[in-house]
Design a protein around this ligand. Structure first.
Ligand SMILES: Cc1cc2nc3c(=O)[nH]c(=O)nc-3n(C[C@H](O)[C@H](O)[C@H](O)COP(=O)(O)OP(=O)(O)OC[C@H]3O[C@@H](n4cnc5c(N)ncnc54)[C@H](O)[C@@H]3O)c2cc1C
Length: 180
């Protein structure tokens, strides 16, 4: 599940990409810091990307938000941000984040039939480095794998992309060797 909150100002400086919040309703929150990117809507109008805080929740944390509903869930995230940043941050000299709040949505992946899972992550029993080994393939072999599940810092589009680049390098090296 994601809770997406829109603000009229960035909440932190650019060095803060996100935060892990223990003992809190929303365990992980990421931030965007710029409105310089634009997207277009279906009428080709340019829209500014707002400053956002994205709360990421899974398992019991997500179930709890489904139970309380969107309005309350957004309020809980706002309260959490107010608690973390009462009045003190560089960007918010005297007001809490809720003063800059413009709106938000709750995106419940579980309710979407086309979303069939979440991020890959190692289980307690997982063999460390198995993904890397899969990606490297066998010396002289013909099958190579790529994808976020094979990358050391997986779980993301960046992991998938980096793994693809590395696998392409390995294939290229093997091809060069076989041509020599
Ligand atoms: C709900 C959700 C939200 C996410 N949000 C973010 C986010 O905000 N930021 C971020 O960086 N990452 C996010 N991720 C993670 C990101 O989407 C994945 O890490 C990334 O897409 C993995 O890319 P991939 O190429 O490794 O695998 P995939 O994108 O899963 O591609 C695998 C492909 O293989 C196909 N396939 C499977 N089995 C077979 C088969 N037997 N034969 C042929 N084809 C097959 C599948 O149909 C699929 O197209 C999210 C993931 C989910 C599920």
């Amino acid at each position: 599940m994601k809770l997406l909150l829109k603000f009229s100002t960035p909440l932190f400086g650019e060095s803060v990409h996100g935060m892990i919040c223990t003992h809190s309703p929303i365990p992980e929150i990421w931030f965007t810091h710029t409105s310089k990117y634009t997207t277009s809507n279906k009428n080709n109008q340019q829209l500014e990307t707002p400053f956002t805080a994205s709360g990421f929740l899974t398992s019991d944390f997500a179930d709890r938000m489904v139970e309380v509903g969107e309005e309350r869930a957004l309020g809980m995230m706002l309260n959490q941000l107010n608690h973390i940043l009462p009045k003190s941050d560089l960007y918010l000299p005297s007001l809490p984040p809720s003063s800059f709040f413009q709106g938000g949505i709750m995106v419940n992946w579980e309710a979407n039939p086309f979303v069939r899972g979440g991020y890959s992550h190692p289980s307690l029993q997982a063999v460390v480095g198995y993904g890397e080994e899969l990606r490297r393939g066998e010396e002289g072999g013909k099958v190579w794998l790529a994808g976020e599940g094979t990358w050391k810092a997986g779980s993301t589009i960046h992991g998938a992309l980096d793994s693809g680049r590395e696998t392409a390098k390995i294939i290229s090296q093997q091809l060069q060797k076989s041509r020599l």
